[in-house]
Design a binder for this molecule. Sequence first.
Ligand code: C2E
Ligand code: CA
Ligand code: CA
Length: 677
Amino acid sequence: MNILESLNLIGSWELDLSTKNITWSKQTYINYGYEPFSIAPSLEFFFSRLVPIYIPQAQKILQDIQNSKEIHTLQAQIIHKDGDIIDVLLSGQTLYNETNEAVKIIGTTQNITKLLNIKKENEELSKLIEISSNEIYIVDIETFSYLYVNQGACDALGYTKEEFYAMTIFDINPKLSQDNASYMRNELRKTNKFTNKTVHKKKDGSLYHAQAFMHTFTYKGKEAYVIFDTDISKNVAAEIALAQQQKNLHHQANHDTLTNLPNRALFLDRLQQIIHSAKRNNTQFALFFIDLDHFKTINDTLGHALGDQVLIEATARLRQCVREADTIARLGGDEFTVILKNIKTQEDVSKIAEKIVTIMRKTITIKNHALYISASIGISMYPKDADESDALIKYADTAMYKAKDEGRDNFQYYKSSMTKFAFERVVMDASLRVAIKEEQFVVYYQPQVDLQTDKIIGMEALVRWIHPLMGLRSPGKFIPLAEESGLIIEIDRLVMRSAMQQFAAWYKAGLNPGTLSLNLAMKQLNEEDFIDILFTTMQEFNFQARWLELEVTEGQVMDNPALSIQKLQQLSQMGIQIAIDDFGTGYSSLSYLKKFPLDKLKIDQSFVRDLPEDEEDIAITKAIIALAKSLKFTIIAEGVETQAQKDFMIENECDLMQGYFFSKPIPASEMEVLLKN
Ligand code: C2E
Ligand code: CA
Ligand code: CA
């Protein structure tokens, strides 16, 4: 039996007031549990079936009703024939004749047990809906205005019910467009349900994510739909965090943590992609290999933290030189690559290379250190040099070494002849190691002469490599490579030993070789055990500290003036003299120069070469001499080849000279002859 059936189960009855006879309709019998018309109903019978507590009320109504024309009702309980108590709604009305006499009462008996149950259930459900912590809304599907909201919705959004009933769904769903709402309405009408994710805006303006489940619904006769919403901000936040984490991991795997540039893996990936697209579109591109000059010195002497800052600054400078679309990557250490896409002419490439070289030259100031770096760039071109990544990389690398050999601070395009050169390099490095092991080095000596007396006051030790097959090789070729690989440290130790031994022998033989000038790489000076080794070597040969002078180049000490001062001070305190080599080619600042424990300044041969004709060189040389005099340094001119150059030096009160004019560097045996004369 469904609800409607039960609602229809209304039985009727009639009470004849004059005879007190009662007649029941068929349904009334059924309502009381009797076979229709199986008994003769009466008032007494009716009262006997009524649950006793209702009897007084029923009797009163029966009285009242006979003096009234109104319908009277009573909700009561009766005892069903099988003993069940059922709820009934009784109603009745008195009918009168023409003379206004009450004739009969007619009425109905309705079994409302089920109805009451439904009502009770409804009340419970409403309460459940109301107190649910979910947000529940009933919305008019036409106007989208709220017909009902539960307390959960009020709590979540911060509005009162009254405020809600004056709003539409657009007020709390700021991202919902009219179009989306219409679409939702259509879907609801089609399938009766709809779900979506939305963003709710609270009364205080804050937002949160919600998941909405909707269902069509008729509410108070209106076409409506009900929405059950849950706050899923936490899930969304977790999802976002997860996605971000995945993105970060991916980024980390492909980027260098220090500079945030693509790393080698991503670089190789990009290069591959760029080759593909260049092939497809018939375009050319350039690959740069960039190595920072002097970076290793900075890192070794000033520490990694400062080195890191330099790399970050170098990255920022690179970014300034290329377009957004170009790739910059860091392969590791001080090695960077740049890919310039869609190149029209080589001139464009040169412009950018020039820009990078220029910008890198600018002083970097970090924590009061003025640092000088520069860049050496090797360039290979697609498709001119190669059309696959391995070769492009190899060629750019080769060209980069060429740039280093050309004195750094420049860029070079790859040429096929370089491959041979790169090979030579590798061979050279290997054979240098053999040379050190087998002591293939000999020391030559070049005298330093007093300009006033023409007497030898000392000599510079210059290394020579006698290769068993290739013969004598000049240091200009292998020293830069040895400096880069660190082999210079061992070479200089060999030279030091050999020269000290020789000097001690000469002194012992009663000769006067004066001061021994040793070229000293800063790298050597920064070795922990350098002073120890120096000291023990001196002791071994009974070599006096006052016989020794160390030459350091201006460029090298200026890489890290503070540290150099400290190290040189230690040597100076031992009674060893310090000379600054190649003076005028670096960037010495006067304030530093004063702090160095210097004894001697060597004017670089590049200034001497064109004397006494070149105006500029004259001016520079004079200025250097004046400066040295004011700081009380002894001054020596390098590379003096002619009488005119010697005269110029005498005239300008230079103290000493060294050069082919007096003698080339010569082996010890020849020097011994010279000393004896
Ligand atoms: P340097 O220290 O400036 O040495 C002077 C260079 O000038 C030497 O070249 C010398 O032979 C050359 N020279 C001297 N007088 C004249 C001249 O009148 N005219 C010309 N044109 N050149 C002259 P060398 O021996 O080829 O050495 C080149 C560089 O290699 C040196 O420059 C020095 O920086 C480095 N070197 C040489 N021996 C050693 C060494 O034992 N240890 C270290 N660390 N470096 C060394
Ligand atoms: Ca020198
Ligand atoms: Ca020099």
